[in-house]
Design a protein around this ligand. Sequence first.
Ligand SMILES: Nc1ncnc2c1ncn2[C@@H]1O[C@H](COP(=O)(O)OP(=O)(O)O)[C@@H](O)[C@H]1O
Ligand SMILES: [Mg+2]
Length: 273
Amino acid sequence: MEKGEVIGKGRTAEVIYWGDNRVLKLFYKDFPSSIIDYQYKVDTLIGKIFPNCPKAFKKIEENGRIGILYEYIEGIVLREFMGKKIKSVGKALRMLAELHVEMHKYEIKDINSQKNSFKLAIQQTDLLDDDQKKEIIKYMEKLPDGNTICHGDFHPENIIVSENKLYVMDWSNAYSGNPNGDVARTFYVLKYGLAPSDEYTIKKSFIHRFFFKAIKSLVAKTYIKHYIKLTGISLKEIKIWDLAIFAARLREPVPLEYENLLKMINNSLKHHK
Ligand SMILES: Nc1ncnc2c1ncn2[C@@H]1O[C@H](COP(=O)(O)OP(=O)(O)O)[C@@H](O)[C@H]1O
Ligand SMILES: [Mg+2]
């Protein structure tokens, strides 16, 4: 591979091969430097604790943009691995659960706390009114605490399958907290998460929508069943985090999900009354 070749593009940055087994995650212009600083801090701290993440070397400036230099991980993202053979789907989802269980064995201090991260996101959304926000935050504050490493955006696109190891990328949303909240977030994304490229499928016809939903549901179930099997926690201990996860998700730029999120949040709030 040549230095300068773009190997990944996301919402916040492009990832460029930088030679010598390194990549540069180069953030787009005007992306807040405080968020880049947080990501670099988290990468450095987690890199010392959890062996399945690429090493972060340093922050650099390139043509007026800020970037973080990482160890290059050769492989394919887990989403691609899943798509290779129908047989690989179940295997990939069990690998996803196993890696999540492994991550949740480690503790971390000195990074954002889960409840603060969720609270901030909930306070910042324009899609809920103040009373709803207050009620959700009050409910969330009563949930169990923890100081486990939580990734905050753990899904098949943020995992690279290399020759004999899985690596977790993109720790920009990481926090210290109760792992069951992190599992509820992954379950949500697998079951209800929609990328802009899904718009065509969900608007196509009832039958397309039906199969699309059924597959996503099965995918999410396979992951969570395996996580539960390996840890012995109950589904209920995970589900109590849903309301906070749904409300915090409203802060993210995922407009295709908002209608469903608001429906689920309102149902859940009615339940609490
Ligand atoms: N250290 C790395 N080695 C190899 N590929 C990487 C590395 N970091 C990121 N990538 C690739 O770039 C993509 C985007 O990186 P990511 O950190 O997830 O950025 P974003 O915040 O934009 O989602 C990843 O899905 C992966 O394919
Ligand atoms: Mg990513």
